[in-house]
Structure formats: C-alpha cells, structure tokens
Design a protein around this ligand. Structure first.
Ligand SMILES: NC(=O)c1ccc[n+]([C@@H]2O[C@H](COP(=O)([O-])OP(=O)(O)OC[C@H]3O[C@@H](n4cnc5c(N)ncnc54)[C@H](OP(=O)(O)O)[C@@H]3O)[C@@H](O)[C@H]2O)c1
Length: 261
C-alpha cells in the first residue's frame, strides 16, 4: 500500500507532536518543522520509533526560504497539510489599546500568511491527490475575551481563509478546527492554568478521527468529534459542494461550542 504523506507545522511539542504521533502509528510519511532544532530532532526520533518515515526541517513558517524547503521535501506529493504552528504574539497579552502594531504584524505573518503560503505551495499536489488541509484555530477567533484580540484576530483571519478555501476547492477537504484548551506551553505562556486543561493527546485523537473519517469541509471543535460522523458535522460550513465532492454526509446545523482558547 502506498503510504500517505503529511506536513505538520509546529510538531516538536504540544498538539502538533501529538497529532504526528497519531499519524506515525498509522504509517504516514511525515514532514515536520519547528524553529528549535534540538526539540524537533527529538520529536523526529520519537516518531521514527513509532514507524513513521520522518523528514524534520527546522525553520520558521513565516520565512519563505523555509517554506520552500518544506515544499522541496514533499517532492513526491502531499496528502495532508496541517497548519498548526502558531504564536500568541505579544506576551503578556495586552488589551487592544496597548497592542504593539508591529508585534501584531509579526503574528499575522506566522498565523495567517505563512499558512496561506503553504496552502498555495501545496494546492497542486493536494488537488491531484484529493488531499486535505487542516488549519488549527481557536475559540479566540470567535469569542470576545479581553486581551485575546491580537491573537484572536489572526485566528479569525485563518478561519475565514479556510472558509473561502473550502468554497473554492471542493475537490479537497478543508477543515479548520478549534482544539479547545490544552496543557501546553502556549496556554502556559498565555498565563492560563494549563495544568487544569486536558493533554494535547486528547485533541490529537479527535483530529485523527476527523482525518480518517474524512469529514466534510468546515469548522470543527474537538468536542464535536467524539461522536460518529452520522451524528455530527462541522459547526459551520459552506461546504454542501465540498461534502458532495468528497462523498461525505450532508452536515447538520451548527452545534454548541465549548470553552477554550
Ligand atoms: N494550547 C491551547 O490551549 C490552544 C487552544 C486553542 C488553540 N490552540 C492552537 O493549537 C495549536 C498548537 O498549539 P500548542 O498549544 O500545541 O502550542 P505549543 O505547545 O507552544 O507548540 C507550538 C509548536 O509550534 C512550533 N512553532 C511555533 N512558532 C513557530 C513558527 N513560527 N514556525 C515553525 N514552528 C513554530 C513550536 O516550536 P518552536 O517554538 O521551536 O518553533 C512548537 O513545536 C496552535 O495553532 C494554537 O494556536 C492552542
């Protein structure tokens, strides 16, 4: 059987690493990145031990030369692009009145423009292979949490890019998913009680189901993914055409969300 290939950005720790472990156990070829080379190499060793064929490339998703290296590594094609790497931007997180605009521009470069550039780079192979894009967002994209306006606005932009991409590319699956709060460095850096949050492995298992069930294009929350495909669908979608194109079920109306960032 031909092994499928996935690129997961930000896979040296947290959700990206946990999802990479899920796919490695399924025998996917993996391309992973993160800026810190030592942690990335450690993650690659771990994934290789699980049976995955792993290419690890250290770099910043906001850097065009790094993105070119990722594209070159997937020379034989790509079946799944997971835009997971992300920054909170300014920390401690400021109110919008105090948000340094330069920092916010940098956050958009990492959380929105890098992911879009990767989508553009891989669309030809994703179309050819009827592949999928999974963009990791946040409920901060849609909720009005004080001090989360900078980060939240980047995630809102990523969500709307995903929404339009799903309409424009019915031949591939486009998912944008809110993982909910997770016990990771990012939540700790945000000043939240990360120890009270579930481990990223729980969200990764839910996202693994999203991928293997090949749900219709749309927005998902990990809490929705605990149920069978026939019982749940995206919490928002424009994807009647997308669902038809994938042979997936017509999705039901919006479902209630859960807390998280
Ligand atoms: N944690 C939560 O509660 C929560 C809630 C909602 C949504 N999310 C979203 O879930 C996703 C994963 O978050 P997480 O909590 O797992 O974060 P995390 O533990 O901080 O891990 C982030 C990963 O991304 C890498 N990374 C960060 N910036 C990068 C860049 N510019 N280029 C390449 N790699 C980069 C990090 O490695 P380096 O630092 O070495 O680059 C690391 O591997 C993010 O999209 C986040 O916004 C998280």
């Amino acid at each position: 059987m031909t092994r499928k290939t996935a690129l997961i950005t930000g896979a040296s720790r947290g959700l990206g690493r946990a999802l990479a472990r899920e796919l490695a156990r399924d025998g996917w070829n993996l391309i992973i990145d993160a800026r810190g080379a030592a942690a990335l190499d450690a993650a690659a060793d771990d994934l290789t031990a699980l049976g995955g064929a792993v290419t690890a490339i250290a770099g910043d998703v906001a850097d065009g030369a790094h993105r070119s290296a990722l594209a070159a590594a997937a020379g034989d094609g790509l079946d799944l692009l997971v835009n997971n790497a992300s920054t909170l931007g300014t920390t401690p997180m400021p109110r919008l009145a105090d948000q340094p605009v330069r920092d916010l521009a940098d956050a958009f470069a990492t959380n929105v423009l890098g992911p879009l550039a990767l989508v553009q780079a891989f669309l030809p192979t994703l179309r050819e292979r009827r592949g999928a894009v999974l963009n990791i967002t946040s409920d901060a994209a849609v909720e009005g949490y004080e001090t989360w306006g900078g980060y939240g606005s980047t995630k809102a932009a990523l969500e709307q890019l995903s929404n339009v991409l799903a309409a424009e590319e019915p031949g591939i699956a486009v998912w944008w998913a809110d993982p909910g709060e997770m016990r990771t460095d990012m939540l700790r850096a945000a000043g939240e009680d990360a120890d009270a949050a579930p481990p990223p492995e729980e969200a990764a298992a839910a996202l693994h189901r999203l991928i293997t069930d090949r749900r219709p294009s749309g927005r998902y929350q990990v809490s929705d993914l605990a149920t069978a495909p026939a019982e749940s669908g995206p919490s928002s979608q424009n994807d009647t055409a997308g669902a038809r194109a994938q042979g997936g079920p017509e999705a039901p109306e919006a479902v209630a969300g859960r807390g998280g960032r």
